[in-house]
Design a protein around this ligand. Structure first.
Ligand code: SF4
Ligand code: SF4
Length: 267
């Protein structure tokens, strides 16, 4: 379905089908009547899933109603999508420092900015049924996840590394052939090894693979000329707070708000 801008919702056309409603930020407001209409005639539809996101927990709209929906047995699964939802995103760099330092460096009047002191994955706060990694995610993987949940099966998302994708597409390894540092050995597959295909090292935008051997890769990165600061920086990007990358970068030894604490602003 598309909308909402004046198109209406073809609810009768969806009768008998599964329905997925995706809303971000203010987008939930125009979708709320649609969700209510579906729930009033719940038996007319198959599986119904509502995915809602917002910039911060405090920005979530209609929280009381959302809580009611979450308690319903006939509304489905929470799937988190992307590095911000699964690992806190690049803004999780604040976890290793004092966020007030960043505010003072970026904004002329930081006293007007209200923000969280840490950035944490959604799974740190509520039960999550599946995490789809990537910054950005891969559209084919998203389709697979949605299809799998609608079909009641586990998504067929590989837990292997970007290296396996290099091998599958026949890309020459940039680390072996050219000595280019690459996070592919510890990074979750999904992009199709785009960067090595363009003779660049992977910088880990899909986050850690299952069971990454980051210490072994760190040793190799140092053989290739990186020092400790370089290694910290290369792991402290989009998925800086993902446990495997955080450990590899020494992030847990950093500044004031390590690892998931909550500030006065947190909801
Ligand atoms: S280029 Fe990177 S991702 Fe590809 S095989 Fe080499 S180390 Fe692995
Ligand atoms: S940084 Fe790594 S995971 Fe991201 S697109 Fe490039 S190769 Fe893929």
């Amino acid at each position: 379905m598309r909308g909402p801008f004046g198109r209406g919702w073809p609810l009768s056309a969806a009768a008998g089908s599964d329905v997925v409603v995706v809303a971000g930020g203010l987008g939930l407001a125009p979708l709320r009547p649609l969700i209510r209409a579906i729930l009033r005639r719940r038996d007319d539809y198959g599986e119904v899933a509502v995915l809602v996101g917002s910039r911060t927990p405090a920005d979530l709209l209609h929280r009381r109603e959302l809580a009611g929906w979450q308690e319903r047995a006939d509304l489905q699964a929470l799937v988190t999508i992307g590095a911000c939802a699964t690992a806190g995103g690049i803004q999780a760099l604040r976890n290793f420092a004092d966020v007030r330092g960043f505010l003072a460096a970026v904004y002329a009047t930081p006293e007007y900015v209200s923000t969280l002191s840490t950035s944490t994955p959604i799974s740190a706060h509520v039960r999550v049924d599946f995490e789809l990694q990537g910054c950005p995610i891969d559209g084919r993987q998203l389709l697979e996840v949605i299809s799998a949940f609608l079909a009641g099966r586990r998504p067929a998302i590989s837990s292997s590394s970007v290296c396996t994708e290099c091998k599958r597409r026949g890309t020459v390894c940039v680390m072996v052939a050219h000595g280019t540092p690459c996070l592919g050995p510890v990074t979750h597959a999904g992009c199709g090894a785009i960067c090595p295909a363009y003779h660049r090292g992977c910088y880990g935008c899909f986050g850690p693979m299952e069971s990454p051997n980051a210490p072994a890769l760190t040793r190799q990165l140092k053989v290739l000329g990186m020092d400790d600061d370089d290694v910290d920086r290369v792991f402290q990007t989009f998925n800086a707070a993902a446990p495997a990358f955080r450990a590899a970068s020494g992030g847990s030894e950093g500044g004031g708000n390590e690892g998931g604490g909550r500030s006065d602003h947190d909801d």
